[in-house]
Design a protein around this ligand. Structure first.
Ligand code: SF4
Length: 154
């Protein structure tokens, strides 16, 4: 997998720190106006195409979170406006899995809408200090919140 990444043409950015302000304009990661932050382990940009890769060290790719890839892809589109297609992947270096996804510029509006809706839910939870549990595949063996009724240790 690494050999295939190495062979790709384009400009490489390692550990790229991305920041967006409230208008989703790129800004410094440490800017006082930063509203969203993310770090992409590897970005390769070649004209209208880009690759983004995040390395994972967990033992299993079973509960891979593709949401992270979506956000990184959305920010990458903001940083490189010429990019029309992003091949993204979570590279699980221990279990040797590659969880891949493709994002195209026509998906941008729909994906931002989804994340703004998620953000609204989180903001409401924060303002009202109500944090409802959402059981998932992590509950049984992987969650550290032992106080939760859904935690497998209970
Ligand atoms: S056990 Fe953990 S992952 Fe499952 S609902 Fe509770 S807090 Fe969420």
């Amino acid at each position: 997998m690494l050999d295939s990444l190495k062979k790709k043409k384009g400009k490489r950015h390692c550990e790229m720190k991305l920041g967006l302000d409230r208008r989703l304009e790129p800004c410094s990661f440490t800017s006082e106006h930063v509203w969203w932050r993310g770090i992409v382990d590897l970005v390769i940009v070649d004209g209208e195409k880009a690759w983004i890769v995040d390395y994972k060290t967990s033992k299993s790719a079973l509960y891979a979170d593709k949401g992270q890839l979506e956000l990184m892809a959305l920010a990458t589109f903001r940083y490189f406006p010429n990019v029309k297609k992003i091949n993204a992947g979570l590279l699980f270096v221990v279990s040797n899995n590659f969880i891949a996804e493709t994002y195209t510029s026509d998906m941008i509006v729909k994906l931002w809408k989804k994340w703004f809706s998620n953000f609204k839910r989180m903001k409401t939870a924060y303002e009202q200090d109500i944090w409802n549990a959402h059981p998932s595949g992590l509950c049984k063996r992987h969650c550290v919140v032992v106080e939760c009724i859904h935690n497998g240790s209970n």
